[in-house]
Design a protein around this ligand. Structure first.
Ligand code: DX5
Ligand code: ZN
Length: 223
């Protein structure tokens, strides 16, 4: 069954002076998920926010909360983010030694489980975990900052992952994160992306709701 296309604004680029209003704007624009980029300054060279902000997001919106852990030793924080209200928790393949155990733990916490690969990490590192995950997040920028340029070779990687998924009759969602905007989102969708993370192209625009609607219209036209 063809999965519907999902737009997941990343609040990393939101104006935190009024997070509630910023989330309302993307809701009005038809956002499906809220993507929370968690950074610890160790796994990535930046610090963002933690479970406290995720629980604030939970109290602001009923949208699906998609937590992307760009942190060292994410196992230590799974419960905190699940308790904070995460609906999906994704961990980096590069960081987790016992990935099957971590994915199992995320499911035991009643969350969907995702695995993330950086631009230079080959998909074959995921070969033995794909059947257990709900989502694979392909980074299209080097993690740590919003506002970066989409790495074009990601398109090939998305197509490769889509082929692996159909050959193995699996049904995880393919998510892409980083540098997505109205100019490249159509080709990203055509390559096989299901979930689109966009931060600066939405929250840095003059009209957040309009920017959200514009991206949403492009991807639903691909449905
Ligand atoms: C990088 C972050 C960003 C963010 C999206 O670590 O994960 O990719 O979500 O940011 P933009 O859309 O501004 O590239
Ligand atoms: Zn992210």
């Amino acid at each position: 069954m063809k999965a519907k296309k999902i737009l997941a604004p990343s609040i990393l680029s939101a104006d935190f002076r009024n997070l509630s209003q910023q989330i309302r704007y993307v809701e009005l624009g038809g956002a499906d998920w809220i993507h929370c980029d968690i950074m610890d300054g160790k796994f990535v060279p930046n610090i963002s926010f933690g479970p406290m902000i995720v629980s604030a997001v939970r109290r602001i919106t009923n949208l699906f909360i998609d937590v992307h852990l760009m942190i060292k030793e994410p196992d230590n924080f799974l419960e905190d983010f699940a308790k904070a209200g995460a609906n999906c928790i994704s961990v980096h393949q590069e960081e987790v030694v016992h990935l099957h155990r971590t994915i199992t733990k995320i499911h035991e916490l009643n969350c969907k489980a995702g695995v993330v690969v950086n631009p230079a990490t080959p998909l074959n590192t995921l070969e033995n975990i794909l059947e257990y995950v709900d989502l694979v997040l392909i980074m299209s920028v080097n993690p740590g900052f919003g506002g970066q340029t989409f790495i074009e070779s990601t398109l090939k990687k998305i197509k490769q992952l889509k082929k692996i998924r159909s050959e193995n009759k699996l049904d995880f969602l393919i998510e892409v994160d980083g540098g997505i905007d109205k100019k490249n989102i159509k080709s990203i969708s055509n390559s096989g992306c299901d979930v689109f993370v966009a931060g600066s192209s939405i929250f840095n625009s003059d009209n957040i709701s309009a920017a959200t609607i514009e991206l949403k219209n492009i991807i639903v036209a691909q449905d």
